[in-house]
Design a protein around this ligand. Structure first.
Ligand code: AMP
Length: 334
């Protein structure tokens, strides 16, 4: 990436992202910070993104052919911002080798794609995680079964006990992990690890709105966790130091295990139990869609760092701008 960026005209940097997920938030903020903005859309969705004047260019491409826009993006001095839909559309293997400077540490995508590596990283960070069962016969309470490759909560199911688990596993053909089902409320924390300010910031938090756990199912349907939206949240202030500590521990673990370390946005996904302990079952090593709840307004926590509210898109754009000013753009891309 270094040789690509050496040929860039850094006064004419573009910010590019896939037109879905957090694209509106990211591109709106990038435009406000003076960057050229590019949305890369699937055929059929470009029209929607064309109506927003903060998006300078909308490219339309089949994602099976994503590489065909790379030359153009490089000519436009682009940094690509990865998000969940980009990884889903192109696949994590292609995302790892995509020949375009990518904001953040793209190697984390591989850790995120593998349920076992994912838990290993959280454990290395010393963050409490749900118990994982290697053997279905060892199960002694409620569990959640996660199929590899499950997306957005689709492909998970819960079992009350070992007997129910045995029956439900009979139909499963794909690889999966069995995890303790932690009882409590979900909370998802949005962090930003700044290379420029050398700190971990809590940028906000959200909860998810999931179809058949939050829906009016009236006991008529099995619980499913398909995410349809997100809601803002704040937590008891007495829990914030723990949230901060987990963010710092996670950043340290990534710095140790996944060079070049944590860069920019990430999220920890947790259940808070009724004894106020926080158990983390998942991370995302990039911007999460829950940050959209603060688009254009910023979260209450974001105010604490810059004395003005800031959404995650703006936080990223600010880091890019400051990195450019300090000649440190190579520190924030892989
Ligand atoms: P995910 O797609 O991994 O974020 O998980 C989807 C949903 O499943 C989460 O929003 C949680 O509500 C729930 N969940 C996942 N893992 C656990 C767990 N170990 N214990 C309790 N709930 C969980």
């Amino acid at each position: 990436m270094e040789s690509i960026i050496k040929n860039y005209d850094l006064d004419r940097l573009s910010i590019a992202t896939v037109a879905s997920h957090t694209a509106l938030q990211l591109l709106r903020a990038a435009r406000r910070y003076g960057f050229n903005t590019i949305a890369i859309a699937k055929p059929g969705t470009a029209w929607f993104y064309r109506q927003f004047n903060f998006i300078n260019e909308v490219l339309e491409v089949e994602f099976s052919d994503f590489e065909s826009v790379i030359d153009y993006l490089v000519r436009r001095n682009s940094l690509l911002i990865p998000h969940g839909s980009y990884v889903e559309y192109v696949g994590w293997r292609r995302a790892l080798s995509m020949p375009i400077p990518t904001l953040g540490n793209r190697y984390l995508i591989k850790w995120e794609a593998d349920q076992k590596l994912k838990m290993k990283l959280l454990e290395h960070a010393g963050i409490p995680t749900p118990r994982t069962y290697e053997d279905a016969n060892a199960v002694d309470g409620p569990v959640i079964v996660k199929l590899y490759g499950a997306k957005g909560g689709r492909g998970y199911f819960i079992a009350r006990d070992r007997d129910e688990l045995g029956k439900k596993l009979g139909n499963v053909k794909e690889p999966f992990i069995i995890q303790e089902y932690v009882i409590g409320v979900p909370a998802y924390y949005h962090y930003f690890t700044s290379k420029i300010h050398n700190r971990v910031e809590i940028m906000g938090m959200d909860i998810r709105y999931e179809s058949n756990v939050d829906g009016r199912t009236l006991d008529l349907a099995e619980p499913t966790f398909v995410v349809v939206g997100n809601l803002p949240m704040v937590i008891r202030e007495s829990l914030l130091p723990t949230v901060q500590r987990y963010g710092e521990q996670f950043t340290k673990a990534v710095n140790e295990l996944v060079p070049p370390g944590m860069i920019g946005p990430f999220s920890l996904e947790s259940i808070i139990k009724d004894d106020m302990s926080i158990v983390v079952f998942e991370f995302s090593g990039r911007i999460v869609a829950g940050t959209n709840v603060y688009m254009g307004i910023g979260s209450p926590y974001s105010t604490l760092y810059f004395d003005r509210p800031m959404d995650m898109g703006e936080r990223i754009a600010l880091e890019v701008r400051e990195a450019l000013d300090k000649g440190r753009i190579l520190d924030i891309v892989t």
